[in-house]
Design a protein around this ligand. Structure first.
Ligand SMILES: NC(=O)c1ccc[n+]([C@@H]2O[C@H](COP(=O)([O-])OP(=O)(O)OC[C@H]3O[C@@H](n4cnc5c(N)ncnc54)[C@H](O)[C@@H]3O)[C@@H](O)[C@H]2O)c1
Length: 256
């Protein structure tokens, strides 16, 4: 599939990896709809990209808001060819702290609600929209790129909820690809290593440098541009389907 003339819905597009993907798609002649929290910078970020971008506010935990945002994206740009599901939250808590405090179940549910159930709601609604597209010469109607994490495989201390949410995304990649094959929609997942985004914004440079050391080569943090590059490759290459691709410079995380 070709970026030029295509339309992407990018969740989490107001910041970090999602924003990087949205900007790269617009730079290559695509149009984007940025789905992000009503309280996010989405409106300003979309405006900074000109008329090719619109903001469709939604909390992915609110199914009516998600439905409205997907409809808003179609209304603005007529169709959706690519979904990039980058909205997400990172949470951390020990299962039982040294002081005996239990992992709050509300925190566990919140993490799963945003990262897994919210993501799935966007997938099912966008898949329905994509199914109405005219297929291209290869029979393709669209592509979906979800965002997991290497924490799906090597979660750290405190990451039970986050890793479970990301492991869920890894697990549903192949069944989604199989479900949507008949409609000509491919589904893939990117599992990033440690990326320099606002998620890490508060971290001191020293910590960022030490985190980058888990990357085997190159020993730097990944960037939104690195992520965008892979999103575009996955969209353009029709043979990539049902796959989880690590974007982590060879990192394999230790226990902490
Ligand atoms: N930064 C990293 O090192 C890293 C590593 C692996 C995976 N990831 C994953 O990449 C994705 C993007 O992360 P990022 O680093 O760009 O973080 P980020 O915080 O810069 O961006 C996340 C975006 O998601 C939005 N969001 C959060 N909750 C939402 C909700 N309920 N509804 C709608 N939007 C919501 C936020 O407003 C924000 O704009 C996340 O899924 C994250 O788990 C990040």
């Amino acid at each position: 599939m070709r970026i030029e003339g295509s339309v992407a819905l990018v969740t989490g597009g107001a910041s970090g990896l999602g924003r990087g993907a949205a900007e790269a798609l617009v730079a290559r002649g695509g149009k984007v709809a940025i789905l992000d929290l009503p309280t996010s910078d989405g409106a300003a970020v979309a405006e900074s990209m000109g008329s090719a971008a619109v903001f469709v506010p939604a909390d992915v935990r609110n199914t009516e808001q998600v439905a409205g945002a997907v409809a808003g994206a179609e209304e603005a740009h007529d169709k959706i060819d690519l979904l990039v599901n980058a909205a997400g939250v990172v949470t951390a808590h020990r299962v039982v702290t040294r002081g005996g405090e239990l992992f709050p179940l509300d925190l566990f549910k919140f993490t799963i609600d945003v990262n897994l159930i919210g993501m799935f709601d966007v997938v099912r609604r966008v898949a329905a929209a994509m199914s109405r597209n005219e297929p291209n010469e290869g029979g393709e109607r669209g592509a979906i790129v979800n965002v997991a994490s290497i924490a799906a495989y090597e979660g750290q201390v405190g990451q039970a909820a986050y890793s479970a949410s990301k492991g869920g995304i890894v697990g549903l990649t192949l069944p989604l690809a199989r479900d949507l094959a008949g409609a000509g929609i491919r589904v893939n997942t990117i599992a990033p290593g440690i990326m320099d985004t606002p998620m890490l914004a508060g971290a001191p440079q020293e910590l960022k440098d030490s985190l980058a050391q888990v990357h085997v080569f190159p020993r730097r943090l990944g960037t939104p541009a690195d992520f965008a590059h892979l999103v575009i490759a996955v969209f353009e290459n029709s043979m990539i389907n049902g796959e989880v691709i690590r974007l982590d410079a060879g990192a394999r995380m230790g226990p902490r």
